[in-house]
Design a protein around this ligand. Structure first.
Ligand SMILES: Nc1ncnc2c1ncn2[C@@H]1O[C@H](COP(=O)(O)OP(=O)(O)OP(=O)(O)O)[C@@H](O)[C@H]1O
Ligand SMILES: O=C(O)C1=C[C@@H](O)[C@@H](O)[C@H](O)C1
Ligand SMILES: [Mg+2]
Length: 180
């Protein structure tokens, strides 16, 4: 963890990174930035279209470039994309430049929260449960290894979770807990 004052939210699709991030930024009086939105803004294309044209590898290259830039900023709350932890460079950068908070939720909750959304190309059609299960199997250890703090998000409103994160961030040394 650095002294940048920035907070980076990680976790799978539907964990609430974008939603909770906005609340948290307001509470902490920091700027809120969403890396998925930033990628869309810079390319002028939606995430599904980027996946369609450039494939997942193309999207991941854009994601890493945007993360490299955004994580260098001080005093922001950053909602990362669900796959941000897949690249080792991203994991190292996140951990070194801010306090990393893993928002976790059980599979059924994640499925319910991403049920209607058409903006997540990795969860369209077919066996959504099977795909999300596989995604979690691969990523869960990476989320844990990258996080300074782990926060459960099930059965609680985003604003309440944001308050809990803000309180934890105020605890001396709490965010120094290394899970890696
Ligand atoms: N704690 C919560 N309780 C109930 N619903 C929630 C909670 N957090 C988020 N949601 C809802 O779940 C959906 C997904 O949340 P959000 O878009 O913030 O997830 P995300 O982690 O940013 O996902 P992605 O990685 O795909 O960007 C939204 O409709 C949001 O309103
Ligand atoms: O979990 C993922 O791999 C993704 C999550 C979203 O935030 C977007 O970054 C994109 O849909 C990919
Ligand atoms: Mg999001």
């Amino acid at each position: 963890m650095s002294g940048s004052g920035s907070v980076f939210l990680i976790g799978p699709m539907g964990a609430g990174k974008s939603t909770i991030g906005r609340h948290l930024a307001e509470l902490l009086r920091k700027e809120f930035v969403d890396s998925d939105h930033e990628i869309e803004r810079r390319t002028g294309a939606s995430i599904p279209l980027i996946f369609e044209i450039e494939g997942e590898p193309g999207f991941r290259r854009r994601e890493s470039a945007v993360l490299e830039e955004l994580t260098a900023r001080a005093d922001i709350v950053l909602a990362t994309g669900g796959g941000a932890v897949l690249a080792e460079d991203n994991r190292e950068t996140l951990r070194a430049r801010g306090t990393v908070v893993y928002l976790e939720a059980p599979l059924d909750t994640l499925l319910a929260r991403t049920h209607r959304d058409k903006n997540r190309p990795l969860l369209q059609d077919g066996d959504r449960r099977g795909r999300l299960e596989e995604i979690l199997r691969v990523r869960e250890p990476l989320y844990r290894a990258t996080a300074h703090l782990v926060v459960a998000t099930d059965h609680r409103a985003p604003a309440v979770i944001a308050q809990e994160i803000a309180a934890k961030l105020r605890e001396p040394r709490a965010h120094e807990n290394a899970t890696a």
